[in-house]
Write a protein that binds this ligand. Structure first.
Ligand SMILES: [Zn+2]
Length: 468
């Protein structure tokens, strides 16, 4: 018998391993060997366990394993906004609720918010996320890097106070030149940092408050660094209509006319499309991010009128994003269910979004959206070892005939037990290993009181029942 091969970690006895590799293999009674932060072997436990030895062994009996989830859209600075934007139409959501909240946030508040986001993301199996940016990237990076997870960081850019939809707070408006300089500085400082777990991206937050010069300038910076350009678009009928009123064309058509629509662009929402815009997206193939909880929480109609299942069938990379805590959950497992079930319900068609598509959106497609398709998104030899182990012995996972079905239709992120990023364990038995969760929760409670003092809470929070 040949000598055993050496690994750093051997995860053995995995009941079900969902690889999402090129062959979409699902392996029963599986094992994984990890070496130098990468998957060194993936296969049947009976074969691997004889061949590999490791300094550390993890017994994964009763577990379902998946790749780490890649959330393609999460505002980490909005984690402190839970309950602040209920029952609001799109215009009111932005201009009466979220922009005043954002305008009131200090760097310290953003640090606490991003720390809370890291706890929630990791606990729910998200190992990488894309942030559309805020005004305190240094506080954001400090919080996320402390947790050990991956992130695509951006800095917020708006250069127009006024749009047909309303007025942005003065604090959030910057000159075009300042937006571009700050984005360039962000790339210099963070791109590839934090042991390779950090990437930078260029971001304008929406089309109606962004000038053509800003969009073109940001695209040039993104191209120079081979990075993603991201924006929100077609979020509601009002963003669509406002674009037509201001620019004489809807949002996707405007991006096309500027020449920025390509495979390195990330377009969040893309619900409200005109027929010729569907054709443009199918031709240019930017990544499109479905954010189901964000739409269904206040009824923005992205699933009801959206064409993402069709665009996926046309070869467009469609991903998932949890968007923000103000729509409730920040849990990619629940987003998969909202997406799969939501499209079936509004189309009255059980075949339109199978659970496998939702899981691809949350893993391999998400990795591609983040520009990391060659490094993460699936469990296969050579990729970085981002791994989630669910405790499938609990009631919502039983009985277990089909692990992809149970994952999407039955589980929540609360059943995540262990999480690894590049082979490093960041969640053990549901608790973060690098940071003190209790300390963060104490800071969250103190910060919430400070934020409440600065906002007109009677106008923002809809407490309809008497509080004694
Ligand atoms: Zn968003």
């Amino acid at each position: 018998m040949s000598t055993a091969r050496e690994a750093d970690l051997l995860v053995r006895g995995i009941d079900w391993l969902i690889t999402v590799d090129a062959g979409r293999r699902v392996i029963r009674d599986a094992a994984i060997a990890v070496k130098d932060g990468k998957f060194a072997a993936v296969g049947k436990a009976a074969e691997l366990e004889g061949e590999w030895r490791a300094g550390r062994t993890l017994d994964a009996r009763g577990a379902v394993a998946t790749p780490g989830f890649v959330d393609n859209h999460l505002h980490s600075s909005f984690q402190m906004s839970r309950g602040l934007a209920d029952e609001a139409n799109a215009q009111s959501f932005l201009f009466d609720h979220m922009y005043p909240y954002e305008g009131a946030m200090t760097g310290e508040d953003v640090y606490v918010s991003a720390s809370l986001a890291a706890v929630e993301l990791l606990r729910h199996g998200v190992t990488c996320f894309i942030d559309p940016g805020n005004y305190h990237p240094e506080a954001t990076v400090k919080a996320i890097a402390a947790s050990g997870m991956r992130m695509v960081i951006a800095r917020s850019s708006f250069d127009k106070t006024k749009s047909v939809m309303g007025l942005l707070p003065e604090r959030m408006i910057e000159t075009t030149a300042h937006c571009l300089e700050s984005t360039e500085a962000l790339f210099e400082r963070y791109h590839g940092g934090h042991d390779g777990r950090l990437a930078a991206s260029a971001s304008f937050r929406g089309l109606n408050n962004a000038s053509d010069e800003l969009i073109l300038g940001l695209k040039a910076i993104a191209d120079k660094h081979g990075a993603t350009l991201q924006t929100h678009a077609c979020f509601s009928y009002s963003t669509h209509d406002s674009s037509v009123a201001q620019y004489g064309k809807p949002e996707i058509e405007r991006l096309e006319s500027l020449g920025v629509l390509d495979e390195r662009m990330l377009v969040v929402h893309s619900g409200w499309l005109e027929p010729h815009e569907v054709a443009l997206l199918a031709r240019r193939k930017p990544t499109l991010v479905c954010a189901p909880s964000s739409s269904i929480h206040n009824g923005y109609g992205n699933l009801a009128v959206g064409m993402l299942p069709e665009l996926m069938a046309l070869g467009v990379n469609v991903t998932l994003g949890s968007d923000h805590a103000c729509s409730g959950s920040v849990d990619m497992v629940q987003e998969m269910r909202y997406c799969a079930c939501g499209y079936k319900e509004v189309r009255i068609n059980p075949r339109v979004m199978p659970p496998e598509h939702a899981l691809e959106m949350a893993t391999v497609n998400g990795a591609r959206g983040a520009g990391l398709a060659d490094r993460i998104g699936s469990i296969e030899v050579g990729k970085e070892a981002d791994l989630v182990l669910f405790d499938a012995t609990v009631s919502e996972w039983q009985p277990l005939y089909n692990p992809v079905s149970n994952l999407v239709y039955s589980a929540t992120g609360n059943t995540v037990k262990h999480v690894f990023v590049a082979g490093e364990q960041l969640v053990r038995d549901g608790r973060l290993t690098r940071i003190d969760q209790e300390e963060i929760m104490r800071e969250v409670r103190a910060t919430a009181m400070r934020i409440a003092d600065r906002l007109d809470m009677k106008k923002i929070v809809k407490l309809r029942w008497p509080v004694e």
